[in-house]
Design a protein around this ligand. Structure first.
Ligand SMILES: [Fe+2]
Length: 365
């Protein structure tokens, strides 16, 4: 075993002897991953401006549920500073603000991120925002039957209707429907992201949370690191047409938000963003590299509050692709799961955490 692999093992679990019960699993089917990546992901992203018109196709036999992991709502210590970061460094564009809540978009949707000025001036995750189609009340009922707590409806700009739930470990989830389209943005240099990509949250036990996301929201596992019974890290996708490899990542640990991510059309655009981010006081937390799980080229940045923000390009699309029926398991020993190009996870990356707020009876967007 290489020193790097040993390093990954050491960081993955404590105490290290806990890892001894893992057997080295077969390497996931990288041939298929490479084909998905090289043939234009089988069904490439639609051209700019047409995405919102594509109808998601639910996989046959799947229960009704979310069609997109759409955005996230954050409380931030300094709204002006966070707006500067997400506009100037990430490339989002503000669509609406009332002075205490700001909506930012990546492309032709009303928002891909909501920022709320914290009354206590502390950074915190408020809601994980999941898009549904059809009858919102049916989706709420399915989630409640799976174990979510019904907090109540919520009206806010940019969507037809929204409803807040509390899910296991206390995270707030907002289901919404009818996101308003906005005119396509003026192209920018460096490139702007084209969508919110995913969030990564930590829980003490990953497997039960995976089961909950499947039962409550219809998401399906994409990859696991460790084992299916007791994974260290796992990813889920929406089983709808052309959906990316993951919209949700779940990490073993104290319940907190680990990171959020945005997707860029091209690696060149991503590099331009990294060049725009890095200066005498800002350096990447990790990257650039290429994740084995999902295949995206990544760079991890942070905002002024320490929130970890991943910039991605090239994540494979699996959605309802019949070639991706089985989630794949990566050994904890296999460094390529986290970076095919060989870097190890930095301690600083692994230690990143942002607290969350339990949903209240009078929630904000
Ligand atoms: Fe990520």
């Amino acid at each position: 075993m290489t020193p790097r692999a040993l390093s990954w093992r050491r960081r993955a679990r404590s105490p290290p002897c806990f890892l001894d019960r893992w057997s080295r699993s077969a390497r996931p089917d990288l041939e298929m991953r490479t084909k998905l990546r090289d043939d234009g992901l089988a069904r490439p992203e639609p051209p700019r401006g047409s995405r919102r018109r594509r109808s998601p196709c639910r996989a046959e036999g799947q229960p009704s549920m979310i069609t997109r992991v759409g955005s996230i709502t954050l409380d931030v210590p300094d709204l002006s500073a966070s707006l500067r970061f997400f506009v100037e460094k990430v490339g989002l564009e503000a669509t609406e603000s009332d002075g205490s809540t700001a909506y930012l978009r990546a492309d032709a949707r009303h928002h891909d991120l909501i920022l709320h000025q914290s009354a206590t001036r502390e950074a915190a995750l408020r809601h994980l925002n999941l898009e549904v189609d059809g009858d919102l009340s049916e989706h709420v009922a399915t989630a409640v039957a799976a174990g979510a707590v019904d907090i109540g409806p919520l009206a806010h700009p940019g969507v037809d209707a929204a409803h807040v739930l509390e899910i296991p470990s206390g995270y707030g989830v907002k289901l919404y429907t009818g996101m308003a389209p906005v005119p396509p943005p003026v192209p920018t240099t460096p490139q702007r992201p084209f969508r919110f990509s995913h969030f990564n949250i930590a829980v003490p036990e990953v497997a039960p949370m995976m089961e909950f996301f499947t039962a409550a929201f219809g998401l399906l596992p994409s990859d696991w690191i460790g084992s299916k019974d007791d994974p260290f890290l796992a990813w889920l996708h929406c089983p709808v047409f052309n959906a990316p490899h993951h919209g949700v990542a779940i990490l073993q640990g104290e319940p907190k938000l680990h990171h959020i991510a945005f997707d860029y059309e091209t690696v060149e655009g991503l590099i331009a963003r990294v060049d725009n981010y890095v200066d005498d006081s800002h350096y990447l937390v990790w990257g650039m590299g290429r994740h084995g799980t999902g295949g995206s080229v990544f760079a991890y940045t942070e905002d002024a509050s320490g929130l970890l923000v991943e910039l991605d390009s090239g994540m494979i699309s699996i959605g309802d692709d019949p070639r991706w029926r089985e989630a794949q398991v990566w050994s904890l020993d296999d460094q390529r799961a986290v970076d095919e190009w060989g870097s190890a996870i930095p301690e600083r990356w692994l230690a990143k955490r942002t607290a969350f707020l339990r949903p209240s009876a009078s929630p904000v967007a």
